[in-house]
Design a protein around this ligand. Sequence first.
Ligand code: TYM
Length: 331
Amino acid sequence: MAEKKKVLFSGMQATGSLHVGNYLGALRNWLTLSDEYECFYSVVDLHSITIRQDPAVLRKSSRDVLMLYIAAGLDPDKCCIYYQSHVPAHTELAWILGCFTYIGELNRMSQFKDKTAKNLSNINSGLHTYPVLQAADILLFQADAVPVGRDQVQHLELCRDIAERFNMIYGDVFTIPAAWLGKTAAKVMSLQDPGKKMSKSDENVNACIFVRDERDVIIKKCKRAVTDSLMQVKYDKENQPGVSNLIDIYSACTGKNTDEIEAEFAGGGYKELKIAVGETVADTFEPIKKRFAELESDKAYVDGIIKENAARAALVANQTLQTVKEKIGFP
Ligand code: TYM
């Protein structure tokens, strides 16, 4: 009998287009892990409403993210690709887990502190309980592995703590998940301020490369990347964070290691490196954009995936939820 595959869960918010950090830090790793695991990939639209969303824009950006998953190469027949809001078990388990999470734990989350600092006019309780919903996402599927960028590691640690706390009381209900980080590009930095994470909400348009940016835009953004005046292509995050970020991106796209990249650009200026990074990133995104355009014009196919996969996800999620309810003692 074939051995049961381990389970993988991950997700991305439905706000705006995906950027090079989302792709290299997460989505690219999802592709390589897809055969080894039974995979669930959610477009976490419930998480997206901690910030005010225009309904039409949210609807479109959710679908765009779902299509980008497929365009990047995830096979919807093999992986379960679905909208979080289509599976009510997420919110139901989130309420339950919230009763096993301490306010102090939520107060310590860096993302909560960052987001509240940026949204002074809308510090809603969803921002605070966001990691509880994230824990519910993962635990519903009994995930073993959660491939994410480095910024999500703290949320993963909290998820493990919540699961262990619950298991201590009720027995082995939840699988304890582990964050899965890629060797390269686990934290892609802003091209304009390499001290900051690349983020889609950056006000500086040159700070962030989107998967669906035009080729010449990608190359232009790379050419404008902030570097330093040392004029040596060297991987040294402390003293040359901008150059190291470009090397990291190049390494993730080409598979070359740091030594090989330093040797490739030895004696050259930063211009060569920037152009090479721009062209490689543009080449990486070209087939994704092409497939995305095909999916955009095949509404029936995408609608079918959305419907079927929501049912698949709900089936698995509801089993865990049922076990949790029985353990707690709900009549
Ligand atoms: P989100 O939507 O901000 O990002 C999606 C994924 O991209 C990674 N990422 C990055 N990786 C490298 N460099 C960057 N600059 C960069 N920016 C983002 C993120 O680490 C993430 O893997 N809370 C999550 C979404 C979520 C989730 C989950 C993830 C909700 N439930 C359950 C895993 C499991 C988030 O906001 O990701």
